[in-house]
Write a protein that binds this ligand. Structure first.
Ligand SMILES: Cc1cc2nc3c(=O)[nH]c(=O)nc-3n(C[C@H](O)[C@H](O)[C@H](O)COP(=O)(O)OP(=O)(O)OC[C@H]3O[C@@H](n4cnc5c(N)ncnc54)[C@H](O)[C@@H]3O)c2cc1C
Length: 401
């Protein structure tokens, strides 16, 4: 039977587009269909990441998505200020759209907008109107969905991009300014200077619940811009709000079955749990998953379906294990530290060597790194810390309450 295309990807957001872009760039014979429920691909986003979080072989390839890049960034806490020599980048929806545009024009990437996929399986997608699409492999990139097997805290924020009349004076990103009043958990302000007169200012909270009082947060952003940045004449040219999952624990049985025949669509991006447990950011993981998909197709063409389905099942299990230390740290921050003292966990962390900080965000920390993160006087209750070490005990307790 002739398929609709080699890959059908449901969701033309970050992870779906990364897979389409990489596979089509590197494999001139492949065809891809993207199904997107909204009226455009890539949405209206900015995505930040450390350059070193990207697989070394793909750092050059990912460059066209970068709209802004800085060689350093700052962090500020009540008792620590520091500049880190870590390359920080931001891409956005426009740059991502431009990356896939040549493939749309060549006809190898077909995009169906305003189209809702209702049922997905490994080889088939059924749309809202009953139309059936088939592929050698279906990829599910529909974005984050909460479920009972994943236990969460939240990183929530409101961001304003402002245009100032005179230079705002912020020279490089401030990834965390936690010298602000601590409210609703760990609060910090995040600033990205896109130009001398354009600045993103985001008021962020690591909180137990996802609710955001947008009006109060917006007025705190204005206060920060006026009081701290001393900028009083500006226009807000863009607003964004986000609630990102911060994973405290995952049931080990959830999505970790690698045996038997695979009948479900391959999950990508946030819906597959492919984000950094501590930051909720997913761009580096989206590149990594795209590379696994591309490799499997390349190594097993023309009949790559079974190999791809199995490899992605192992990829998911690897990700689950790679993140276990990060989930434990999240349990320390969310359950062992008092909400108003959570900033101390980060203040202490940013006193560690720069290469360790860099490996932490890349999720490539060694055993020695883990010891360095944990030793010393913890800014948390020791008894609560001990009771949150075991993930299975944590899950049992959470389910009982
Ligand atoms: C405001 C905000 C800022 C963020 N900033 C960063 C950042 O700086 N760095 C970073 O790495 N991460 C960031 N993230 C986190 C994460 O990287 C993004 O959410 C990212 O877009 C997730 O990619 P995804 O492909 O999983 O989902 P999405 O990009 O959300 O894409 C999912 C797509 O699927 C479509 N869809 C859903 N259901 C269906 C259906 N049934 N049929 C058809 N289409 C469907 C949606 O319309 C959407 O286009 C941010 C998130 C938010 C919300």
């Amino acid at each position: 039977m002739k398929h609709t295309s080699d890959l059908v990807i449901v969701g033309a957001g970050l992870s779906g587009l990364m897979v389409a872009w990489l596979c089509l760039d590197k494999n001139p014979d492949l065809t891809v269909t993207l199904i997107e429920s909204s009226d455009k691909i890539a949405g209206d986003h900015t995505w930040s990441f450390n350059m070193n979080d990207i697989l070394p072989d793909l750092q050059d390839w990912v460059k066209p998505v970068i709209a802004h890049q800085w060689d350093q960034y700052d962090v500020k806490f009540p008792k620590r200020e520091r500049t880190l020599d870590i390359t920080y980048c931001t891409g956005n929806s426009d740059t991502l759209r431009a990356c896939v545009q040549p493939h749309i024009e060549s006809g190898r990437l077909k995009v169906r907008l305003n189209t809702l996929a209702e049922k997905l399986s490994a080889y088939e997608v059924i749309l809202e109107d009953g139309e059936k699409l088939t592929a050698a492999c279906v990829l599910d990139a529909r974005g984050f969905k909460a479920n009972d097997d994943v236990f969460l805290g939240y990183q929530k924020f409101v961001g304003h991009v402002i245009k100032t009349k005179i230079p705002h004076g912020v020279e490089r990103p401030i990834i965390m300014d936690a010298t602000v009043d601590q409210l609703d958990g760990y609060r910090f302000v995040y600033c990205l200077p896109f130009s001398e007169t354009e600045l993103l200012v985001e008021d962020t909270y690591y909180a137990d619940g996802p609710e955001l009082e947008a009006d109060s947060v917006e007025s705190r952003i204005s206060d920060y811009i006026g009081d701290r940045l001393k900028v009083d004449t500006y226009d807000v040219i863009r607003r964004e709000t986000g609630v990102l999952p911060i994973t405290l624990a995952v049931d080990p049985d959830y999505g970790t079955d690698v045996s038997g025949e695979k009948t479900e669509a391959v999950k990508l991006g946030m819906t597959g749990g492919y984000y950094h447990a501590v930051t909720g950011y997913s761009l580096p993981e989206a590149v990594k998953s795209a590379n696994v998909v591309y490799d499997m197709i390349e190594q097993n063409k023309p009949d790559f379906s079974a190999a791809l389905l199995h490899e992605m099942a192992y990829h998911r299990v690897d990700h689950y294990h790679e993140e276990s230390f990060l989930r434990m740290l999240n349990r320390m921050m969310f359950r062992a530290a008092k909400p108003e003292k959570r900033y101390k966990v980060l203040e202490r962390f940013y006193g560690l060597p720069e290469d360790l900080v860099e490996r932490f965000y890349r999720n490539r920390i060694s055993k020695a790194d883990k010891l360095k993160v944990l030793i010393g006087k913890p800014p948390v209750s020791v008894s609560k810390a001990i009771s949150n070490v075991s993930e299975s005990a944590f899950i049992k307790r959470e389910r009982a309450t």
